[in-house]
Design a binder for this molecule. Sequence first.
Ligand code: ADP
Ligand code: NI
Length: 211
Amino acid sequence: MDHVIDELRTYVKQKLEKEGSGHDWYHIDRVVKQARSIAKEEGANLFICEVAALVHDLADDKIASSEQAGLEEVEQLLFPLNKVDLEHVLEIITTISFKGGNRPPVRSLEAKVVQDADRLDAIGAIGVARTFVYAGSKGDLIYDPSIQPREHMSASSYRNEKSTAINHFYEKLLNLKGLMNTNTGLRIAEERHEFMTSFLSQFHEEWEGLK
Ligand code: ADP
Ligand code: NI
């Protein structure tokens, strides 16, 4: 099935090469690598994890015109897969997104692996970088002390209401460590989490002119 992966890589690379909100090809490539290494440690099916990681953002509302259109595109791309594998990949990509946090837990081991890999790319140094690129692409400020972080968000308020890059850490990124599915993911998340908290405390001190 190596040729399936090669063809998918070529397609996704060309499609997301110029994506400007931090969901570009290199995000996908990092998630694939991370998913492969977590899958090996956790004994998950490598092929399913790799395919799902490759297509995981194609049906996302930031990239597809609609979730339905994105899923149809993925279904067409995955025509060489048998029905069971195809259904499994579709289930993974429809369940792993955060969208404000109001989602049921994912089911299969492979879904857990790919979700952990995607979430790991949202935290740590890469997570910090992506957050500011995303905020910049939407015209959000770095920080505005008069805008409080939101505690409960619907999928549409998560996406559409104005917030700031710094608030995104409190609204989502600092919660991800506690949402890891696998022990391998948790171990990596712990180090990345520490890095973010130290970034944030330095940020706030500089903001107040204390450093
Ligand atoms: P998911 O792929 O689980 O739906 P998102 O696409 O919302 O998650 O988030 C992926 C990454 O995009 C985040 O981890 C973050 O780096 C960035 N991002 C998403 N929403 C925001 C936001 N409002 N402000 C800053 N960065 C954001
Ligand atoms: Ni992603």
